[in-house]
Design a protein around this ligand. Structure first.
Ligand SMILES: *Cc1c(COP(=O)(O)O)cnc(C)c1O
Length: 658
C-alpha cells in the first residue's frame, strides 16, 4: 500500500521534504483545500517562556477546552503532560470523556459548573468536577459512594469575575459543608481573574479576597490555583501551586503590553491555496452586495476558505492573507466557502495551487492578534472556530509527525447507531486490509455470524462440555452398519426465552436454516441413510439447572424439531443457567469421520469422545481459529480442552476420524 507523490497534495509535501515514507502513507492529503499546521515546538517554547514566571515548585494545568482552542485536545494534552502538566482543564464532561477514551490518565478538571446529567460520565471516566453548591456535592457524594469511589472536586470562588463559582462571602460555609460529605474529596480551590491581561489593580483586589478566604477555611486542599496564562505573567502570587495555561501557551498575546515581558510564538497556522486568479476593471464589484468596487483594474485571487471554515464574516473588507510573503487584503464580503484577496501588490505571479497563509504565521500582518484587532474580534473565538473543515498537521523539530481530523470527527463507537456502526467497522477493516472484498468477507463471517440480527445482544456460552460416546447398537437391524451414539451437551448461558429448540436434519442445506435462528440450542446432522424421526434421533433427557424439561417433537418439512419447555422456566429468564441436553442417535460406520462444531461464541470448552471397546483407535483434527486446544488421550477416549477464559469463535470444531 504505497501512495505515490501524485496522490499527495504538493504544498505539504514541499513544506516538509524530509518526510519518511511512513509519513507519506499517513498523510494522504491530496484533497486538502485548507489545513492547519500545529507547531509543537512553538507550544513547548511558549510553555518554557511561561514557566519563567512560575515559582519553581509550581505545576501547571494545561487548558484544553474547546479542543484545545482548536489545536487538538489530545495532541496538546500529550505534549503538555510530557512537559510536566499536572492536570488538564476542560469545559464539560464530554471533553473529559474523549480524552480518557484516548488514553489520557492525568487528573482532568471540569472548569465550569457541571450538570446533574453529567454525573454518570464524571464517575465513569474519573473526572474532577467543580462544585458550586451543596446539593450538587451531596448527590455526587451519594452516587460516588454507591459506586465505591471517592471523587476529587474543586471549588471555584468568585472573587470578582462575576460568572460561575460560589460568591466570595458564601464560599467558607460551602467548603465547611462539602468537606463533611462522604464520597467526595476536597482536592482544589481556585478563583479566576476578570482582567489579568489589562487591569493589575483589579487582579490584586481579587487576589486579596482569595487570600482572606484561604485564611478562614479549616483545611487547604492539595491544589490552589488562581492565574490564567496572562495572570501568570502579570499577577504573580505567593499562595498558589498551580497555574492554568490557556491562550498564551498557544502563542497569542492577549494584550500588547505582554509583548515586552514574554516571547510567544503562534502554535497554529491556518493555510490554504489559491483556487483561481481573476481580474476586475475599474468600477466593477467583487462579491455579495457589491461592497467592494475596484478603484482601478486589479487582479485578485480566490482562496477556498470562508466563514464556514472559521474565517470570520466580520473580516469582510478587513482581513489580510499572505501569498508569497506579501500581505493581500480581503476584498468584498467573506462568503461561506470563499474569500477574494487583492493580489496586485504581490511581486511574483500568483497561480492556482500557490500556498496561502490565512493567519497565524509570525508575520505581524497575519498574526491572530492583528486580525482580531481589525474587526474587534476575540482571538479565543477565532482560534476555536477555525478549521471546521480542515485537518490538522502536527510538526515537531520542523518535521511533520501526525495528521488528525477535528475532535468532533473523532470516532467514538457509542455515538453511532448499529447500522452506521456496521458500516464504519466494515470500512475500517477495508482500510486496514486495503481490500474492500476482504473487508466484506471478514465482516460477514465474523460479525454477522455472531450477531445475526444487527444490535442483537450477544449471549455467549461458557463452561461448555460436549461428550460423544460410541457403542454398538442392540437392534439387530442396525448392528454392523451403525454405531449408537450417546451425546451430552452442557453449557452455561443466559436464558433468553421460556423454551428452546433442538433440531435434527438429514442434510446440511436443511439444517442451515436452524443456524440462523437463535432459539435453537442444539443441531444434529443425521446421516442421509436415516430418516429424521423419533427413532433415529431421541432426547434421553433435557435439563435447565435442575428442572427436567418436557419436549414435543414435530416434523417441519423433512426436519425433526424438538421443542423443550417447562412451566417454571420463566422464573429463570435473564439469569445464567446450565443447559444439559442428552441425546441418542446412530452414525454409519462407513462414514469414517464425525465432525463437531461449536456454533456460538463460547468461552472455555471441553469436547470429548469415548470409543472404548468399539474402535481400536481414533484420530482427532481440531480447527480452532483462536488457538489450539490441549489434547488429552486416555485408553479409548480423547479430550480436547481449552482454558476457561479462552474464547472460541463460532465455526471452531473438531473432526474425529476412525
Ligand atoms: C479558559 C480558562 C482559563 C485559561 O485562560 P487563558 O486566558 O486562555 O489562559 C483559565 N481558567 C479558567 C477557569 C478558564 O475557564
Amino acid at each position: 500500500m504505497i501512495y505515490f507523490h501524485s496522490e499527495l497534495f504538493s504544498p505539504l509535501f514541499y513544506a516538509s521534504n524530509s518526510l519518511s515514507s511512513v509519513n507519506l502513507v499517513m498523510i494522504r492529503t491530496k484533497s486538502e483545500r485548507s489545513w492547519i499546521e500545529i507547531s509543537l515546538d512553538h507550544f513547548v517554547h511558549n510553555l518554557r517562556e511561561l514557566q519563567r514566571f512560575m515559582p519553581e515548585k509550581a505545576s501547571f494545568m494545561q487548558i484544553v477546552k474547546a479542543d484545545a482552542y482548536g489545536h487538538g485536545a489530545v495532541e496538546i494534552a500529550r505534549e503538555a503532560i510530557q512537559q510536566g502538566a499536572a492536570m488538564l482543564g476542560v469545559a464539560n464532561a464530554d471533553e473529559g470523556k474523549l480524552l480518557r477514551l484516548q488514553g489520557i490518565q492525568v487528573p482532568i478538571l471540569i472548569l465550569s459548573p457541571s450538570l446533574m446529567e453529567e454525573i454518570p460520565i464524571i464517575l465513569k471516566y474519573d473526572l474532577t468536577p467543580t462544585i458550586g453548591n451543596l446539593p450538587f456535592g451531596q448527590i455526587l457524594g451519594r452516587v460516588a459512594r454507591e459506586k465505591g469511589k471517592i471523587l476529587p472536586f474543586h471549588v471555584n470562588v468568585d472573587t470578582g469575575m462575576g460568572r460561575s463559582g460560589i460568591r466570595y462571602e458564601e464560599a467558607e460555609a460551602l467548603i465547611r459543608e462539602l468537606i463533611l460529605v462522604q464520597g467526595i474529596n476536597f482536592d482544589g480551590l481556585f478563583t479566576h481573574y476578570a482582567a489579568s491581561e489589562s487591569d493589575p489593580e483589579y487582579s490584586a483586589y481579587q487576589l486579596s479576597q482569595f487570600k482572606k478566604l484561604l485564611a478562614k477555611i479549616p483545611e487547604h486542599p492539595p491544589w490552589i490555583h488562581i492565574a490564567n496564562s496572562a495572570g501568570v505573567v502579570n499577577c504573580p502570587d505567593d499562595v498558589s501551586n498551580l497555574s492554568r495555561l490557556g491562550l498564551l501557551s498557544y502563542g497569542i498575546y492577549t494584550d500588547p503590553s505582554l509583548c515586552e515581558k514574554v516571547n510567544l510564538k503562534p502554535v497554529m497556522t491556518f493555510k490554504s491555496r489559491v483556487s483561481s486568479v481573476n481580474r476586475v476593471k475599474k468600477g466593477e464589484s467583487v462579491g455579495y452586495n457589491r461592497t467592494y468596487i475596484a478603484p482601478k483594474e486589479i487582479s485578485y485571487a480566490i482562496v477556498p476558505v470562508g466563514y464556514a471554515d472559521g474565517y470570520d464574516y466580520l473580516l469582510s473588507n478587513k482581513g489580510t492573507l499572505l501569498i508569497h510573503d506579501s500581505p493581500c487584503p480581503v476584498i468584498g464580503k467573506i462568503s461561506m466557502d470563499m474569500t477574494a484577496v487583492d493580489i496586485s501588490s504581490v511581486p511574483k505571479e500568483v497561480r492556482p495551487g500557490d500556498e496561502v497563509i490565512v493567519f497565524g504565521d509570525e508575520h505581524t500582518k497575519v498574526r491572530v492578534e492583528s486580525l482580531c484587532r481589525s474587526y474587534h474580534g476575540s482571538p479565543y473565538e477565532l482560534l476555536c472556530q477555525t478549521g471546521r473543515r480542515a485537518r490538522r498537521f502536527y510538526f515537531r523539530d520542523g518535521e511533520l509527525i501526525k495528521a488528525r481530523p477535528l475532535a468532533r470527527r473523532e470516532f467514538i463507537s457509542s455515538d453511532y447507531e448499529p447500522d452506521e456502526l456496521s458500516r464504519v467497522i466494515e470500512s475500517a477493516i477495508g482500510e486496514k486490509t486495503g481490500n474492500r472484498d476482504i473487508a466484506r468477507l471478514i465482516f460477514d463471517t465474523v460479525l454477522q455470524r455472531l450477531f445475526r440480527e444487527e444490535s442483537h445482544p450477544l449471549f455467549h456460552r461458557h463452561q461448555f462440555y460436549h461428550r460423544l460416546r460410541f457403542s454398538e447398537p442392540k437392534e439387530k437391524s442396525l448392528a454392523g452398519e451403525y454405531f449408537l451414539i450417546d451425546t451430552e451437551l452442557s453449557f452455561r448461558k443466559q436464558l433468553e426465552r421460556n423454551y428452546f429448540m433442538i433440531a435434527c436434519a438429514g442434510n446440511e442445506r436443511e439444517l442451515e436454516k436452524y443456524f440462523r435462528r437463535d432459539d435453537v440450542e442444539y443441531r444434529w446432522l443425521l446421516d442421509g441413510s436415516l430418516r429424521p424421526d423419533d427413532r433415529s434421533f431421541t432426547i434421553t433427557s433435557v435439563r435447565v439447572n435442575d428442572l427436567d424439561l418436557k419436549y414435543e417433537s414435530r416434523l417441519s418439512g423433512s426436519c425433526l424439531e424438538l421443542i423443550c419447555t417447562h412451566k417454571d422456566l420463566h422464573n429463570l429468564l435473564g439469569k445464567q443457567v446450565r443447559f444439559t441436553i442428552n441425546t441418542r442417535t446412530y452414525y454409519p460406520k462407513s462414514s469414517h469421520q464425525l465432525t463437531v462444531y461449536v456454533t456460538g461464541l463460547t468461552r472455555g470448552a471441553e469436547i470429548s469422545v469415548d470409543y472404548d471397546g468399539v474402535l481400536p483407535s481414533m484420530d482427532v483434527i481440531p480447527f480452532f481459529p483462536g488457538g489450539q486446544p490441549e489434547i488429552r488421550r486416555h485408553k479409548g477416549s480423547i479430550h480436547l480442552i481449552t482454558p476457561e477464559k479462552e474464547w472460541l469463535l463460532p465455526g471452531s470444531g473438531v473432526v474425529f476420524a476412525f
